[in-house]
Design a protein around this ligand. Structure first.
Ligand SMILES: [Zn+2]
Length: 306
């Protein structure tokens, strides 16, 4: 089968590799789609993480089952939350499978993992429907937060992004107000919108100093900042406001698929609408990673179809 081999920074290859059989507690899944995650782009541009998660947002059909596997059958449709899925097939441990309902489209299944990341963070951050929320960044991470909050019934959600196409997407998906943070100072704008109080929750969904600063300066006294952006550079923060406003800051990177599935079942949200491109495996570098590495990229979520 064909599989993407990570050779070095900005150097990946699609190679023919031998199929391996699933061992005890594993299944083989033929991949339908594997989404390119922000963390994949980070590994592509800057080098692999110590525990690489390269290619982990996949869905497909079970084609073989190892010993000691119960509850799964050949032909089952699943998501695999396991690295190595930029490939025609993957051998995946059962505990990294999520069963998907028969009526769910493949594109919807392909964005279940990023939605699950937002689900985990929203639960961990203790967000309630009455909270006012600011999301810095309208890429996949920010938009998944937006849709999770909409599914929950949160009414006031402010968002920022430097790119116009992403701001438009955030508006289309129901953000209360969206602006370009280079035109308007977000903390001042939020103060004006909240009678000087600040938002209850701010979500950092980019991974740069500027957006983290905007989040810290936009939350109310005893508010919460949730950080899910992937940071490449160090961030320098002025910590006085953090201390005097008694801010809680939480980093999150786990997932809660059960909550994400419950949100999808409400029928209120359509996270698959952020998929802008579906590309063949052979073009993953040129039409996938290199496109996402551009500054003013039109793409939001790219799915690879092996
Ligand atoms: Zn991901």
């Amino acid at each position: 089968m064909k599989k993407v081999i990570y050779r070095d920074i900005r150097d990946i290859d699609v190679a023919e590799v031998v199929d391996s059989d699933p061992a005890e507690g594993e299944v083989t899944v033929r991949i339908k789609y594997c989404g390119i995650c922000g963390s994949d782009l980070h590994e592509y541009l800057h080098g692999p993480f110590p525990m690489s998660t390269f290619g982990h947002e996949a869905c497909g059909t079970i084609t073989a089952i190892g010993s000691q596997v119960t509850g799964y059958a050949i032909g089952d449709r699943v998501c695999t939350v396991f690295p190595g899925a930029f490939a025609e097939a993957i051998v995946c441990p059962v505990e990294r499978l999520i069963k998907i309902p028969p009526e769910m489209s493949w594109q919807r299944a392909a964005v279940l993992e990023p939605l699950s990341g937002a689900a985990y963070a929203i639960k961990r951050g203790g967000i309630e429907t009455t909270h006012t929320v600011f999301i810095a960044g309208a890429g996949t991470v920010g938009l998944m937060f937006l849709m999770g909050l909409k599914a929950m019934g949160v009414e006031t959600i402010y968002m920022t992004d430097v790119q116009e196409n992403r701001r438009k997407m955030a508006e289309k998906l129901g953000a209360t107000l969206v602006w370009n943070p280079t035109d308007l100072k977000s903390p001042a704008k939020i103060k004006a919108l909240t009678q000087g109080r600040g938002v209850d929750i701010a979500i950092e969904a980019v991974g740069i100093q500027e957006t983290l600063k905007d989040c810290l300066a936009s939350v109310r006294y005893q508010g919460t900042v949730i950080v899910q952006g992937i940071f490449t550079e160090r961030a320098q923060m002025h910590m006085l406001g953090f201390v005097t406003r008694e801010t809680t800051m939480i980093g999150t990177s786990s997932i809660d698929p059960a909550l994400a599935l419950a949100w999808l079942n409400t029928g209120l949200i359509h996270p698959e609408s952020i998929v802008t491109d579906i590309i063949p495996l052979a073009d993953i570098a040129s039409s996938g990673f290199e496109v996402l590495a551009e500054k003013n990229k039109p793409a939001i979520k790219i799915l690879v179809e092996p």
